[in-house]
Design a protein around this ligand. Structure first.
Ligand code: GUN
Ligand code: ZN
Length: 435
């Protein structure tokens, strides 16, 4: 395979920024070079340095004046909800029962699953997202379609067949044994194939009986390295109903803890209304709270205390995500915009370096894949995004007076969307152009 040299303005994080002036938290190269061979980054630095180390027959692509960053990571998204995005409902449970559950029933059909999976990856790449953590539907066919399409595109994807055996339409229910058997089958067929990672995926406590939760516990014991994903503490009525269904649990978080699901590979969507005890338990377990701002605003679920959870004596690990179709945008840039606005409403500041850290290295850490994705470091996979802060007339006009990198990033997150994504590279291959 020939080598590819990308030229552009490079930005990647080395750790979480502590303030807007924390220059050591990131590496920025104004005229940078990034050399890719066999899907990996093999050299990164100034263009002059990397050019000198580049084989003579390498392809060279000049992305100046765009920014080249690690591909975006979306840590919570529902691929079978593409056709209910923006569906009108008063709150979470009404939205699930009226729109989402009936829609997910359609994924029993392999052809439908395959078609939507193709659209899903197209949309991810169009928006610069190169890794996602997705819920499939309850049907094994949906997980098969999801992982087959990821394999075809060479993408690093995490996902799981949803387990749910109550409080939903018949066409969307498995049984404890079926949920166990089919999850095992998905693991055997897909985990470790290409760049696929299978996650144990009980939808949430409301849709799983204690008998099914026992089966998720068994899976978590048998496959301790796998990710676990579920929903936690999103909506007041959901929390109240969960307490009724699991009267012996101390609180909602304890429901999952009792079944061995609270650990460092566990991703909990939402976590808006956690008590101090629950936040302590999450922190001690190293579990991740995944913030889904466009969804939380759209469904009126509440304001996630991102900054407060991060600065606790026992900090909670944080991921950021779209939560499409409860979320209203595929764009991680839009997701940053709404994350910022929610912190504003809570009287907190989130600076643009922190935001872009969260979307790249922060989310890679949240899914325990730092060292593979989320940075521009040599040796990691060449999953990249190329960003144009002058992509629209309004952005170009604003850019005329932008003088700093911080302001450029802030402009990208405030006005940017898929139009600002010029290219997305997956393992060194340009994927957006030609979609
Ligand atoms: N809780 C359980 N299922 C879902 C879902 O599909 N979306 C959201 N936002 N919350 C959930
Ligand atoms: Zn969700």
């Amino acid at each position: 395979m020939t080598a590819t040299l990308l030229r552009g303005r490079l930005l990647g994080f080395v750790r979480r920024p502590e303030g807007i002036d924390d220059r050591d938290a990131y590496r920025y190269e104004d005229d940078g070079g990034l050399l890719i061979e066999n899907g990996r980054i093999v050299a990164v630095g100034t263009y002059a340095e990397v050019r000198a180390a580049t084989p003579a027959d390498a392809d060279e692509i000049d992305h100046r004046p765009c920014l080249i960053m690690p591909g975006f990571i979306d840590t919570h998204v529902h691929f079978p909800q593409m056709q209910v995005i923006g569906a009108y409902a008063a709150n979470l449970l009404e939205w699930l029962n009226t729109h989402t559950f009936p829609e997910e029933c359609r994924f029993v059909e392999p052809e439908h699953s395959a078609r939507i999976a193709r659209h899903f990856y197209d949309e991810m790449l169009r928006h610069g997202t190169t890794t996602a953590v997705a819920y499939c539907s309850v049907h094994k066919a949906s997980a098969d379609a999801y992982f087959a399409e990821a394999l075809k595109r060479g993408m690093c994807m995490i996902g799981g067949k949803v387990m749910m055996d109550r409080n939903a339409p018949q066409g969307l229910l498995d049984t404890p044994q079926m949920g166990y058997d089919e999850t095992r089958a998905v693991i055997e067929e897909w985990h470790g194939k290409g760049r696929n990672h299978v996650a144990i995926t009980p939808r949430f406590a409301i849709t799983s009986t204690p008998a099914q939760m026992e089966m998720t516990a068994a899976l978590a014991r048998e496959f301790p390295d796998l990710h676990v994903q579920t929903h936690l503490s999103e909506n007041d009525e959901e929390i109240r109903f969960t307490a009724e269904l699991y009267p012996d649990a101390i609180d909602y978080t304890d429901v999952y803890a009792r079944y061995g699901l609270l650990g460092p590979k566990s991703l909990f969507g939402h976590c808006i209304h956690l008590s101090e005890r629950e936040a302590d338990a999450m922190s001690e377990a190293g579990a991740v709270a995944v913030h889904c701002p466009t969804s939380n605003l759209f469904l009126g679920s509440g304001l996630f205390p991102l900054k407060a959870l991060s600065r606790r004596e026992k900090p909670v690990r944080i991921g950021l995500a779209t939560d499409v179709g409860g979320g209203t945008s595929y764009s991680m840039l839009k997701t940053l915009d709404e994350t910022y606005k929610i912190q504003q409403l809570l009287g907190e500041r989130l600076n643009p370096f922190e935001s872009f850290y969260h979307m790249t290295l922060g989310n890679a850490e949240a899914v325990s894949l730092e060292g593979r994705i989320g940075t521009l470091d040599a040796g990691t996979d060449a999953d990249l995004v190329v960003l144009d802060a002058s992509a629209t007339p309004a952005m170009a006009l604003r850019m005329e007076v932008v003088r700093s990198l911080a302001d450029e990033l802030f402009l990208l997150q405030t006005l940017g969307d898929d139009r600002a994504v010029r290219e997305a590279y997956v393992a060194g291959k340009a994927m957006k152009t030609g979609l």
